[in-house]
Design a binder for this molecule. Structure first.
Ligand SMILES: Nc1ncnc2c1ncn2[C@@H]1O[C@H](COP(=O)(O)OP(=O)(O)OP(=O)(O)O)[C@@H](O)[C@H]1O
Ligand SMILES: [Mg+2]
Length: 377
């Protein structure tokens, strides 16, 4: 069979990117409306595998086609240093090539920092980061933005993925600096747990004010249009009703949809059509894999008490549950529960659901899976 076109990997670009047209439109409007406009600075949130990383990538594509230079980093330890390093790469590239116009750069051999449009080598910036990144970030942002605009570019877009993993001190630095540099476009992505981190942190006003793209799973129609194109292109037959029924089971989780496509393709021999039994075997495999990838690694590290807390919440079903009811079922004090609540939120298993409520981060699928784990024990 031909190479599998599906891309079930965190952060990998799917064969068909679907269902995020509205988010893309708002992002475009944010660029067009400029500083102070609502979507000029935004935060993409949602559970694991919902498509935050790929949406940020599509934002970068949009911005680059509008003449922006983009910088993309992940937010684990050293985030500020990496942003400074990439800013320096852009600065040096522009200084070394005084005749470059951003539009030519875009059309030409392509200069790219993270997304592949400025080909620069690290040694070119030796020495830059002898300075403390926390101190040089703001002047660097200012200089690079001015240099880009000076060369006919539209401006600078900074994207930061996995913001929930940032160190508080770095998050505060970035927030403070961006607050004072209105023209830099910013888009972050984070698990919904970021909210607790933001509200607990004194200097994080910037992040709590960002326009929000709260990603939901895809609709069934969208999930189908993420799956069908590769099969249609290769004239692989399927029964629409059967395919729809299988896709319905994914509940529109983009990661699971990609896994399903992958598993279907994987089972096809040249000339085959997609049969009902192939579909159910493929779904079975995809479902198991998705649970394994999303929940299992976290679950293994949880204490028995944390698992009990999750068991009570899972037994209540998907959707918010009052913390008072959880405590009553466990017969625990509110101070005991608040420790586990924040631990499980930080682990990405729970999410706050309004004052006095908690909710499983993975919804119905997570509830089923957790209950099965507890039965098996
Ligand atoms: N809109 C979409 N259309 C089609 N496929 C998508 C879409 N969004 C995401 N995917 C696919 O789903 C998978 C997960 O996407 P992504 O890595 O962006 O999720 P994420 O929200 O960043 O997850 P995590 O929180 O674990 O980082 C990838 O295989 C990606 O190709
Ligand atoms: Mg991601």
């Amino acid at each position: 069979m031909l190479e599998n076109p599906f891309r079930p990997g965190f952060g990998s670009w799917p064969p068909a990117f679907v269902g995020r047209e509205r988010d893309e439109l708002l992002f475009r409007e944010g660029l067009a409306n400029g500083p102070g406009g609502r979507y000029h600075r935004s935060l993409v949130t949602g559970p694991r595998g919902v498509g935050k990383t790929v949406l940020l990538a599509s934002f970068r594509d949009i911005a680059e086609s509008e003449g922006y230079i983009t910088i993309a980093v992940d937010a684990n330890d050293g985030m500020i240093r990496r942003i400074c390093r990439d800013l320096r790469l852009v600065e040096v590239a522009l200084a070394d090539n005084p005749t470059w116009k951003i539009s030519e750069v875009r059309a030409g051999a392509s200069i790219g920092v993270a997304s592949g449009h400025i080909e620069l080598t690290r040694p070119a910036v030796d020495g830059v980061l002898d300075d403390d990144p926390m101190v040089v970030l703001k002047p660097l942002l200012e200089r690079v933005e001015a240099a880009i605009v000076g060369r006919g570019g539209a401006g600078l877009l900074l994207t930061v993925d996995e913001l929930h993993a940032a160190k508080t001190s770095e998050l505060e630095r970035l927030g403070n600096d961006l607050q004072h540099l209105q023209s830099v476009v910013f888009a972050g992505a984070a698990l919904p747990t970021i909210d607790d981190q933001i509200f607990n942190s004194a200097g994080a006003t910037f992040f709590s004010r960002l326009a929000r793209f709260a990603l939901e799973p895809l609709s069934i129609a969208e999930s189908l249009s993420a799956l069908r194109p590769p099969f249609d292109e290769h004239n692989i037959g399927y029964n629409d009703l059967e395919l729809t029924k299988t896709v319905d089971q994914t509940q529109g989780y983009p990661y699971l949809v990609q896994l399903l496509g992958y598993e279907i393709w994987h089972r096809l021999e040249p000339g085959d059509a997609i049969t009902e039994s192939l579909l159910s075997a493929a779904y079975e495999a995809a479902h198991e894999q998705s649970i394994f990838d999303v929940l299992q690694p976290t679950w293994r590290q949880l204490s028995p008490s944390s698992k009990r807390v999750l068991g009570v919440i899972a037994a209540n079903g998907p959707g918010p549950m009052a913390t008072a009811d959880v405590r009553e079922k466990l017969d625990k004090s509110s101070s005991w529960f608040s420790v586990y609540r924040s631990r499980l939120i930080n682990a990405g298993m729970l999410q706050a659901a309004g004052r006095g409520f908690v909710e499983l981060a993975g919804g119905e699928r997570a509830a089923e899976w957790i209950l099965n784990q507890l039965i098996d024990q």
